[in-house]
Design a protein around this ligand. Structure first.
Ligand SMILES: [Zn+2]
Length: 354
């Protein structure tokens, strides 16, 4: 099942195929010391830091510095266009998305470390760039505008952030009796129909169910870019075991989030706590359906020992020490994420039940 989907993603997305060819060939029996694990991180809030928080575009500070990404083994990174609920009195606007997109393009252009969004081939020592939108409520004003972003490389979009949006209720929003709004359903239908994915991180349980139904109709994987298991840390932002099984059944992934409260429910966490989250998510969803969505630079409280991107090999080592195979760690660190990033809809995205 997993291999078939991966093969489809190879045909659909040349950059994904190139990354797997460049780094996935190291699968097999580990040498005495494991070769480095390529990381493909589904959520790093660098653009937010640079666009809204005044961080230098030199990328020499914070959780995800250029040097840290290299040291951490990054081969791919998803840059979110985060649209804060507080951007304007009436929420965010579509032109905010254009402005953040321009910042992302500028960062990529300034730093040869990042491959352009349009790259079709991987290059040794460079990081493939992918695009998402976090908090897409602004698009309720003009839904077809999302097409422009999909055409420019958008892979994932979440219909809300921390508050309810005109598209969807939020996991942390005011209590309402709906999930997706009628506009939200129209929006998600359009996203899948155009070959991109809806990101269920931040949506309410009711919206998760609405999105899952639309995803299934499109043969699309349900993806939570940066969400953990609620059974381990009781937070509305985390996924129930039933939701993890929906992610499994649709071929999706949940990206492990390193924010301490989402890891263990407290303000401090350790590498062992992150390992416990990973092990629970793997036990419930299966090894094909857990990825990395660090939330680095998203204002998170990082675990002790996983303070920045450069520390990710420590998580790999901890999982190996717990007995996880080299191949399984590689799946979590990159291959599962690449599978869903390679989804382009249509016949090649048909579900096969795995
Ligand atoms: Zn988030």
């Amino acid at each position: 099942m997993w291999a078939r989907r991966l093969l489809r993603s190879l045909r659909a997305a040349p950059i994904v195929a190139a990354l797997i060819a460049a780094h996935g060939d190291s699968r097999g029996e580990p040498a005495p010391a494991d070769p480095p694990f390529m990381v493909v991180d589904l959520h790093v809030d660098l653009p937010w830091q640079v666009h809204f928080k005044g961080r230098s575009a030199a990328l020499t500070e914070g959780h995800a510095t250029l040097a840290g990404l290299v040291a951490g083994g990054y081969g791919g990174i998803v840059f979110p266009i985060y649209l804060p609920d507080s951007a304007h009195k009436d929420g965010s606007h579509i032109e905010d998305a254009d402005a953040v997109f321009a910042t992302i393009e500028s960062l990529i252009a300034q730093h040869p470390l990042f491959l352009p969004l349009t790259a079709r081939a991987a290059e040794p020592g460079r990081i493939a760039s992918f695009l998402s939108i976090e908090g897409g409520g602004a698009f309720a004003a003009d839904i077809p505008q999302i097409d422009r972003f999909i055409a420019r490389g958008l892979r994932l979009v979440s219909p809300c952030h921390g508050k309810n949006s005109p598209l969807s209720s939020s996991a942390t929003g005011a209590r309402v009796d709906h999930g997706l709004t009628p506009l939200g359903k129209e929006f998600c239908e359009r996203v899948y129909a155009h070959g991109a994915l809806v990101d269920v991180s931040h949506v309410s349980d009711a919206a998760f169910a609405d999105i899952a139904a639309i995803a299934r109709a499109h043969g699309a994987p349900v993806v939570a870019t940066h969400s953990n298991a609620r059974a381990v840390a009781k937070q509305p932002r985390n996924l129930t075991d039933d939701q993890l099984r929906v992610i499994r059944d649709t071929g999706g992934v949940a990206g492990i989030n390193l924010h301490a409260p989402f890891v263990n429910g407290s303000n401090e966490a350790t590498v062992a706590d992150v390992v416990a989250q990973v092990e629970h998510m793997v036990a419930v969803a299966g090894i094909d359906h857990v990825a990395v969505g660090s939330d680095f630079d998203g204002g998170i409280k990082v675990p002790e020992g996983l303070e920045d991107a450069a520390a990710l090999p420590r998580l790999a080592a901890a999982l190996r020490a717990r007995g996880m195979s080299y191949d399984h760690v590689l799946q979590i660190f990159s291959l599962n994420a690449l599978r869903v990033l390679g989804w382009r809809g249509g016949k090649q995205g048909a579900p096969d039940g795995g």
